[in-house]
Write a protein that binds this ligand. Structure first.
Ligand code: SF4
Ligand code: SF4
Length: 233
C-alpha cells in the first residue's frame, strides 16, 4: 500500500504544531537542545510515524539502534489504549486508563534512555514521533523531576495526537520500539504478537469547554489540512 500521501499529511501536521509552539510567548517552553531527561524508552507512536522513520533513516542505522527485545529484557511502557481508544472507552461508559499497562512487560522503563539518543541528542530528530514533540515543560524537568505543561498546550497536544491516530486508520499504535519491530518483522502479524494495539478514528475531540474558543483556529486548520486544503492565511 502506498503511504506517501498520509505521510505527507503527517509531516504537515507536525509543521502546524511547530507553528503553534512558535506562537507561544518567549520563554514559555524551557526545553533546550541536549536537555534529554525525557528521552526514555517509553515513547509511543502510530504505525504511520514508524513508516516515516523507516522511510527517512538509513535501514542499517535503524537496525543497529533497536534493542534486541527477543533476547534481552527491555523495560518499556506499552500502552493498553491509544488516545482515541481511551476516548471511545470513556464515551461507552468505561473508565479507561490511558496509562494502564498492557502486560507484565509494561513497567515504566528503568532509568535507561531512548535507543535513539546519543550524546544527549536525538539521532532521528527531524522525524521523531509526535510523542516526543509534545513532551514539553515550562521549566527544566531536572528542577522538579517531572514536566510541567500548561493546560491549553496539553489540550492542543491531545487534539494533535487524536488526529495523528485518525489519519492512520487501519494502522496501529504502541511503544516506539514495538511499532518499529512490528514494521520491520511482519506487519501482518503485529496484532498477533500482542505488541501493538489498533488505531481508532476520532470519536470526539477531547477539548474541555474552557478551551473550545481558544483552539478553534487550530481545529479549523487541521480540518483544512485533512480536506487537502492549504492552511488558512
Ligand atoms: S520535557 Fe523536560 S527534560 Fe525534556 S527537553 Fe523539556 S525540559 Fe528538558
Ligand atoms: S526519538 Fe529522539 S526525541 Fe524521542 S525520546 Fe528518542 S531520542 Fe528523545
Amino acid at each position: 500500500m502506498d503511504h506517501s500521501q498520509p505521510i505527507t499529511t503527517l509531516q504537515e501536521i507536525y509543521l502546524l504544531y511547530d507553528e503553534y509552539l512558535s506562537s507561544l510567548a518567549p520563554g514559555a517552553i524551557a526545553c533546550r537542545k541536549t536537555c534529554a531527561d525525557c528521552c526514555t524508552p517509553n515513547v509511543t507512536m502510530t504505525r504511520l510515524e514508524g513508516l516515516l522513520i523507516r522511510k527517512s533513516v538509513d535501514r542499517e542505522q535503524l537496525t543497529a539502534r533497536l534493542p534486541d527485545i527477543s533476547s534481552t529484557p527491555f523495560p518499556r511502557y506499552r500502552p493498553a489504549l491509544s488516545t482515541n481508544g481511551y476516548v471511545l472507552t470513556c464515551k461507552s461508559g468505561g473508565d479507561g486508563d490511558p496509562e494502564s499497562f498492557a502486560d507484565e512487560q509494561s513497567q515504566e522503563g528503568d532509568p535507561s534512555v531512548c535507543p535513539f539518543l546519543e550524546n544527549n541528542l536525538c539521532t532521528i530528530y527531524p522525524v521523531r514521533p509526535f510523542g516526543c514533540r509534545c513532551m514539553l515543560s515550562t521549566r527544566p524537568c531536572a528542577q522538579t523531576g517531572c514536566a510541567d505543561i500548561d493546560e491549553l498546550t496539553l489540550t492542543v497536544s491531545t487534539v494533535f495526537l487524536q488526529l495523528i491516530e485518525h489519519i492512520d486508520k487501519g494502522g496501529f499504535f504502541g511503544n516506539m520500539t514495538d511499532v518499529l519491530y512490528a514494521l520491520s518483522c511482519d506487519p501482518t502479524n503485529a496484532f498477533g504478537a500482542h505488541t501493538v494495539i489498533a488505531n481508532h478514528p476520532i470519536p470526539a475531540l477531547m477539548v474541555p469547554p474552557e478551551h473550545r474558543g481558544r483552539i478553534q483556529d487550530i481545529v479549523f486548520s487541521l480540518n483544512r489540512l485533512l480536506a487537502g486544503q492549504p492552511p488558512a492565511p
